[in-house]
Design a protein around this ligand. Structure first.
Ligand SMILES: *Cc1c(COP(=O)(O)O)cnc(C)c1O
Length: 348
């Protein structure tokens, strides 16, 4: 087993750097001032991504967080409430955005693997009474990060969307990793766009672009979203250089996510046999592997430190919680190496 010349970085799929091909595409981009609506590459990316998911329009934004928070603002008014899963990115990892930016309350609901089901929701809508907030938006995450990279089955999305429609709620999907759901299931993009009003997608995760997310939806919603992007400070000028990287990623880095999923399976098998380490959830569906360090391990940090000394980086996300993520910059050889290092781990 040869040691890689740099650490195998499994902390996140955001650590990728642009490939040569991507850099060449960026260099060749035609650009203009996108705040004036004059960047042809940004426009092309917005139109192409919207069409891919069967939506009318799209808006390019700097981050997935901004795409989600703009969507909250589009769908909700102050005193409204969002239904979402308790470990969802919008609730947990966006710095209180709904309250701070939109005056909106979150109703976090605990669900296994982050998957909200109708039985969780039927009691969740507030009565029409001036004491209460107005329940306005259902926010789902697909794949669900903290849920273990778990995929919402399309049939379940259809049921949830129908329920939301009957109750006058809008549906937003945080699809930072929708690409992984598409590739893992073979279900094509329009089906994932069909059961939501707005969908946020990231190009800077598994697709390997340096920066960039997009919000897609109906034309009038995206026109509103453009106002909020300005308000939140997300209007960018010659952003076509970034959009060119995203277009390149759409072309070249979607199908290959299957490799990341296969690598994640290999790592999960290695982690599963280490004494004291436990996969949570036990089944890995995409590129995210969450696991716990149980006694006799003293902490998650102790595991991460042993790995780091041997050239493998993982994320510590709780006192006993860790995450390993496969991505574009983890080669088959890197994966074999990391799996072997995992197998050799022993509590100190
Ligand atoms: C990473 C991520 C986002 C957005 O992250 P940014 O760093 O703001 O681009 C949104 N949702 C999920 C589920 C994510 O994992």
């Amino acid at each position: 087993m040869t040691t890689p010349d740099r650490p195998v970085d499994l902390r996140s799929d955001t650590v990728t750097r642009p490939t040569r091909g991507m850099l060449a595409a960026m260099l060749a981009a035609e650009v203009g001032d996108d705040v004036f609506g004059e960047d042809p590459t940004v426009r092309a990316l917005e139109e192409r991504t919207a069409a891919l998911f069967g939506k009318e329009a799209g808006l390019f934004v700097p981050s997935g967080t901004m795409a989600n928070q703009i969507a909250v603002r589009v769908h909700c008014r102050p005193q409204d409430e969002i239904l979402l899963e308790a470990t969802s990115h919008v609730y947990l990892w966006e710095a209180g955005g709904p309250a701070a930016l939109s005056g909106v309350t979150c109703r976090p609901i605990t669900a296994e693997r982050g998957q909200l089901r109708l039985e969780h929701l039927s009691e969740a809508i507030r009565p029409d009474d001036y004491h209460y907030v107005r329940t306005r938006l259902l926010c789902l995450e697909n794949t669900h990060n903290r849920g273990g990279g778990t995929i919402y089955p399309v049939a379940e999305l259809a049921r949830l969307a129908e329920w939301a429609r009957q109750h006058g709620l809008a549906v937003h999907v945080d699809g930072a990793r929708i690409w992984n759901a598409m590739v893992a299931t073979g279900v094509p993009a329009p089906r994932w766009g069909q059961y939501c009003d707005t969908l946020a997608v990231c190009f800077s995760k598994g697709l390997g672009a340096p920066v960039g997310s997009l919000l897609v939806g109906r034309r009038e919603q995206i026109a509103e979203a453009r106002r909020y992007r300005k308000l939140f400070g997300g209007g960018m000028r010659q952003a076509g250089y970034l959009a060119a990287a995203c277009l390149y990623a759409l072309e070249h880095h979607v199908e290959r996510l299957a490799e990341d999923h296969a690598h994640a399976q290999q790592l999960a098998e290695a982690i599963a046999v280490v004494p004291g380490l436990c996969l949570t959830p036990p089944q890995v569906q995409t590129n995210l592997i969450w696991f716990e360090a149980r006694p006799p391990w003293s902490s998650a940090q102790a595991v991460a430190e042993q790995l780091r000394q041997r050239g493998v980086l993982v994320a510590v996300l709780g006192p006993r919680l860790l995450r390993a993520v496969t991505h574009l910059d983890v080669s088959a050889a890197d994966c074999r190496y990391a799996a072997e290092i995992f197998r050799q781990l022993r509590p100190a």
